[in-house]
Design a binder for this molecule. Sequence first.
Ligand code: ATP
Length: 201
Amino acid sequence: KTLSIGLTGGIGSGKTTVANLLAALGASVIDTDLIAHSLTAPGGAAIPAIRHAFGAEFINADGSMDRQKMRTHVFTDQTAKQLLESILHPQIRQACEDAAQTAQGKYIVFVVPLLIESGTWLQRINRVLVIDCDEETQITRVMQRNQFSREQVCSIMRAQVTREIRLQHADDVINSAQELAQVKQQVELLHQKYLQMCAQA
Ligand code: ATP
């Protein structure tokens, strides 16, 4: 069975940046955020179930989920959040398995922001790769990228596991506080390590 890596990290830690570098080296990258997005886009496979569970007022005229409205709704309503997850998570997992079936790379990287929080994902993968930087770097980068306030970023971070807990689960760590050139060097070394593991398996 193909070596499967679970790539995770807090908001703005650099998951997408590292995933793109790994993809450029030939890894098969499967990003659960992109899958979730396409499931809830116009004509997406999750739309009928979302319309049925939440009502047509959560579906835009173009047939996509009203993300802004849904975000606000599930933020204040734990039951609604669980309902949405019960629709999306199985479909995300199935789409991941479908993509894994046809993956051409020597190993697969699943990008899963809430990998540690989810539990079931940990059983699916062989190794956990944590993208790690100090919280101040995370906050600064997300404030810049999203035009968020410090408090907005911190409130999202509080809903995720702490840096310490994430690192406790890590088999491999990329330090994303470094400059991009250094991050790239770390990623190249890690890629070699993964290729060796594939060869030995
Ligand atoms: P999210 O959790 O929001 O999906 P992410 O973990 O995928 O974010 P990225 O989008 O890769 O993180 O990075 C967050 C921001 O920080 C981006 O604007 C990115 O360009 C920038 N960034 C990532 N790595 C570095 C780095 N080593 N040096 C400088 N900027 C970086």
